[in-house]
Design a protein around this ligand. Structure first.
Ligand code: ATP
Length: 328
C-alpha cells in the first residue's frame, strides 16, 4: 500500500558538481508545490549521521540556481559504510519525522542509499550529480555539460599559447574511469589526439599522428588526455615519451584539475537539474523508491538504483569514429 509522505529530505553526497544547487532548489520548490515539508541534510551521509539537518522552504533556495558547488556541502563518510553508522542515520531520519529522501550524487552515493534502503526500508530516489557522466540510465549527469564547457574554454586558451610558441601540449582533464569529458572536449577544441580510459589506441599511434602532423606542416599540437587513460601512463610520462621519440617537438603539460568542477552551471545543467528534481519528488509522492532519475532522448526516465550502479554507461562508437576521422 502507498505510504503518504509529509516530509522529504535532500542531500548532496560524494564529489560536488555544478548544478547540484539547481537540483536542491528544484527538490525543495517541488516539495513546496505539493505542500510537503522539506529539510536539507548538510554534508551528505556524514551530516545525516550527525543530525546536521535544517528545515527548508521555497524561500531558502532563492538565488542559488546560478551558483556552483552545493549550499548543503558534500562529504564522503566512512561511518556510513558501517551498519552502526547507517543505524544512527536512520534514527535521525525518524527523529526528524522525515518520510523520504532525495540523494544527489554519484554511484557510490547510490550504493550507500541502496544498502540503507535494504536495511531500513527507507524510501529514497537518486539524482545523478557528477561531472564524469559515467552513470548508466541517463544521457547526461548534472555538472557534466558545465565541466565540458570549462575544459573547452581552457583548452582553447592553451591552444593560443601552443601555436604562438610552436609547442605540443598535453592537457589532462578529469575522468578516472570515463573519457566523456576528454573525448567531447577534445573534439570540441580540435585536439590532434584524445586518450581515454575506454580505448587503448596505443603509444605508437600517438607518435604516428604527431609525426604526420609535423610533416604536414603543423608546428603546434594539442593532445587531450583523461586522468585514467588506457595507455597506463600518466600525462607527464606521456609527455616524456613523446619528447624522447620526437625530439623536434617542444612539449608542455597542463593539468586542468579541480577548476573543471567549479563555476556557474551551464543553462543545460540548470534545466536538467530542475527537471530531475521535480521528477524525484513526484516519484516519492507516488510511493516509488530505489530509483534513479535520468534523461534519455530528452525524456525523463527512471532506472533501478541497482541497475544504474551495475551497468556501464558506454561511449558511443559513432563519437569515437568522429574523433578518429578528425585526427586525420
Ligand atoms: P563521485 O562520482 O563524485 O565520486 P560518489 O557518490 O560516487 O560521487 P563516493 O565517495 O564513491 O562518491 O560515495 C559517497 C559516499 O557514499 C561514501 O563516502 C559513503 O559514505 C557512501 N558509500 C559509498 N559506497 C558505499 C557502500 N558500499 N556502503 C555504504 N555506503 C557507501
Amino acid at each position: 500500500m502507498k505510504k503518504y509522505i509529509k516530509k522529504i529530505a535532500v542531500m548532496t553526497s560524494g564529489g560536488d558538481s555544478p548544478g547540484m544547487n539547481a537540483a536542491i532548489r528544484s527538490v525543495i520548490r517541488s516539495a513546496s508545490y505539493y505542500k510537503l515539508e522539506s529539510v536539507g541534510i548538510y554534508r551528505g551521509y556524514q551530516g545525516l549521521i550527525e543530525g546536521d539537518i535544517v528545515k527548508m522552504d521555497a524561500r531558502s533556495v532563492h538565488h542559488i540556481i546560478q551558483k556552483g558547488g552545493t549550499i548543503l556541502k558534500t562529504a564522503r563518510s566512512d561511518e556510513f559504510r558501517t551498519i552502526e553508522g547507517r543505524k544512527k542515520a536512520y534514527d535521525n531520519l525518524v527523529k526528524h519525522e522525515i518520510d523520504a529522501m532525495v540523494i544527489i550524487g554519484g554511484d557510490g552515493s547510490f550504493t550507500g542509499g541502496m544498502i540503507f534502503n535494504q536495511e531500513h526500508g527507507f524510501p529514497l530516489i537518486g539524482i545523478p550529480g557528477t561531472i564524469d557522466n559515467d552513470i548508466y540510465g541517463t544521457d547526461f549527469t548534472i555538472g557534466y555539460d558545465t565541466a565540458l564547457n570549462t575544459a573547452v574554454e581552457v583548452i582553447d586558451k592553451i591552444r593560443d599559447t601552443a601555436s604562438s610558441h610552436n609547442r605540443l601540449f598535453f592537457v589532462e582533464v578529469m575522468g578516472r574511469d570515463a573519457g566523456f569529458i576528454a573525448l567531447n572536449a577534445g573534439i570540441g577544441a580540435g585536439a590532434e589526439e584524445i586518450l581515454i580510459p575506454e580505448e587503448n589506441m596505443g603509444l605508437d599511434r600517438l607518435l604516428m599522428t604527431l609525426e604526420r602532423s609535423r610533416r604536414s606542416g603543423k608546428t603546434s599540437s594539442l593532445v587531450v588526455v583523461a586522468e585514467g587513460d588506457k595507455t597506463g601512463a600518466n600525462v607527464f610520462e606521456l609527455a616524456s615519451y613523446v619528447e624522447e621519440n620526437l625530439p623536434e617537438y617542444s612539449v608542455r603539460v597542463s593539468v586542468l584539475g579541480h577548476m573543471q568542477r567549479g563555476g556557474a552551471p551551464s543553462c543545460f545543467d540548470r534545466v536538467l537539474a530542475s527537471r530531475m528534481g521535480v521528477k524525484a519528488v513526484e516519484l516519492l509522492i507516488d510511493g516509488k523508491t530505489n530509483l534513479m532519475v535520468g534523461q534519455l532522448n530528452n525524456v525523463m526516465v527512471t532506472t533501478e538504483l541497482e541497475k544504474a550502479i551495475k551497468e556501464h554507461h558506454s561511449i558511443s562508437k559513432e563519437i569515437l569514429r568522429v574523433s578518429d576521422i578528425m585526427s586525420v
